[in-house]
Design a protein. Sequence first.
Length: 407
Amino acid sequence: MDVTNPAQSRVESPTRAWLRHRPAGLLPDALLALVITGFAQADLSFHLDNSTPYGPMPAVVASTLVATSILALRRVTPLATAVIIAVAIAGPMLVTPLTVTLWGDFLPILVATYSVARHSEPARAFIGLAAVGVGLVVVFLRNPESGTVGNIPFVAVPLAVCFVAGRVLRARARSHSDDRARARRLEAEREGAIRAALAEERARIARELHDIVAHCVSVMVVQAGAAEDLLDRDPQKARAPLRSVQETGRQAVGELGRMLGLLRGERARLALKPQPGTADLAELVGHMAAIGLPVELTVEGSSRPLPPGVDLTVYRIVQEALTNVLKHAAPTTAHVRLRYDDQSVQVSVRDTGRAGGSGGAGANRVGHGLIGMRERVGLYGGSLETAGTPGGGFTVTARLPLEAGQR
């Protein structure tokens, strides 16, 4: 039976943890260092028989081994790698000159030059190049075979190519990284804009549904109550409020159907019935009067077409304010005033009755309706004011700048 502790079996070994968190490119660079080390040692063994040795053989082998094996860290510490290789190559030459050129030593110099240019900032890259240059100068001065003017291009050109290639590839990689970061930022901004648009659309739909349902249901409740009061005393008169309930229900169904059509994108169907606006205020006032709320409509200034959003907002404010009067005020009358001037349109709804409950004229009227009105007006840079009147009534006043609705 296996009695291994599951917690112990999940403990990661140090080797596995190191492999999982190792620096990027370390294993490929270690393989590259191994290959170059093998080549350099073979090159060293082949040529030392034809040269004047510089120091004991173990020291020669060790210096070459250091110069090649350090390449495993060329991406982790590129500057240190370049400096160590330069010292390892040039150091033995200060003791005893070598009479042959070792290509196994020159190859690590080229790789180190490319690496310090590719993986370092400009200042560190040029410091690494200078270290390599100093090391090569020592080799040129101490090695009579390689230290001739004719050999300079064969060393300088590959060195320059490696350095320039490293800088170009670094610039290209940084450009690609910046492009990816910019693309991620733009995608995040686009998603944020989509979320904001969706939130705004949800709020707009919520306002529309509240205006439609609250108005119609409030009218139906009032009319149903009136019908109930008349049913025993005068059944014939009770028919009128019941017919009003029926008509208001049809109106609510029609408005909800229009909203659903908007959500489904049924443009052709929506085109048959435009959004309500100031032109429909007279019909709204007449409807409220028919259900028992006398309303007077006054228009001041030169009446003219309004931007669609402002036009709908004015209508919804009047509708919501009259609905609040119907719900919250005792038997009363209301006055709707619509005033045009050059820069704005102003609408006010005032009732003359007392609040139908405790707490004063405005205590029961603060809710989703007034919040929705403020949001509507705020969308077009307007202002909304609500206040109770000394006689116990309530006034709602909205002002909407006309230029805001045209943006």
